[in-house]
Design a protein around this ligand. Structure first.
Ligand code: G5P
Ligand code: MG
Length: 218
């Protein structure tokens, strides 16, 4: 790998609950890549009751999208702190306006599109438990915490996300289908899209790892 090689800039795209966070954690473990989850950032602000947190809470609770200007400002700031590093965005962009704003400042190396059936997603989200401060995610029967109801690293209590209630999940799937799914075509046209379909993370992971390895080496 040549020293002058440009940084790897990637996005993981997929419906709510498709496994973006889970796959991102595997990528970070395997490769020298920094992970930015827009949802984790927003939940951090909500938990800490910052001005931003107070402003965005109603959107997350109801499964609606936070306004584009707010998201573009937040994520641009985050990316700035990673100058020259390889990064992977999870949950951003989610609209055409966000995608265009990102592409203008940082043309992407790769967009990983994760395609999991809605029926599988709905079942998974019923069983999701999260450690809010870190964003660590568990699923009963898939990756159980070592001690039931407790985070593996800190031992702190796990909670269910308010937006994992079935009605809100339906709203999020609808928002994804109408606002975010069209980005698949946008990125196809830019020749950066790679799609991976399956019912489980384990079944998709080898191909995803192989693809990223082509950019970053093993
Ligand atoms: P988020 O936080 O970006 P979503 O809805 O896009 O939320 P989510 O729910 O975080 O995505 P994920 O990261 O794709 O899902 O999935 P995950 O957490 O890794 O996996 C889901 C569950 O399945 C977990 O329990 C995991 O353990 C389990 N799992 C994974 N693989 C398997 C498997 O193979 N088998 C089984 N059985 N289980 C598995 O956004 C939240 C909100 O923030 C706002 C919006 O309001 C949004 O609704 N927001 C934005 N608004 C505007 N613009 C943006 N850019 C925004 N970004 C966030
Ligand atoms: Mg996530």
């Amino acid at each position: 790998r040549m020293a002058a090689q440009a940084a790897f800039r990637a996005v993981i795209l997929g419906a709510p609950g498709s496994g973006k966070g889970t796959i991102s954690a595997r990528i970070v473990k395997q490769f020298d890549v920094k992970h930015i989850s827009s949802g984790d950032k927003l939940r951090y602000h909500i938990a800490n009751q910052t001005d931003l947190g107070k402003k965005v809470k109603k959107y997350l609770d109801s499964g609606m999208l936070v306004p584009d200007e707010t998201m573009i400002a937040l994520i641009s700031e985050e990316i700035k702190t990673l100058e020259g590093r390889n990064w992977l965005l999870d949950g951003f962009p989610r609209t055409r306006a966000q995608a265009e704003a990102l592409q203008k400042i940082y043309p992407l190396s790769l967009v990983i599109n994760v395609d999991v059936p809605d029926s599988v997603i709905v079942e998974r989200l019923k069983n999701r438990w999260v450690h809010l401060p870190s964003g660590r995610v568990y699923n009963i029967g898939f990756n159980d915490p070592k001690v039931p109801g407790r985070d593996d690293v800190t031992g702190e209590l796990l909670v269910q996300r308010p937006d994992d209630q079935p009605e809100v999940v339906q709203e999020r799937l609808h928002v994804y289908a109408t606002k975010t799914k069209p980005l698949i075509d946008y990125y196809k046209q830019l020749n950066v899209l790679k799609s991976f379909a399956g019912n489980t993370t384990d079944s998709m992971w080898p191909a995803i790892k192989e693809t990223i390895g082509q950019y970053l080496g093993r």
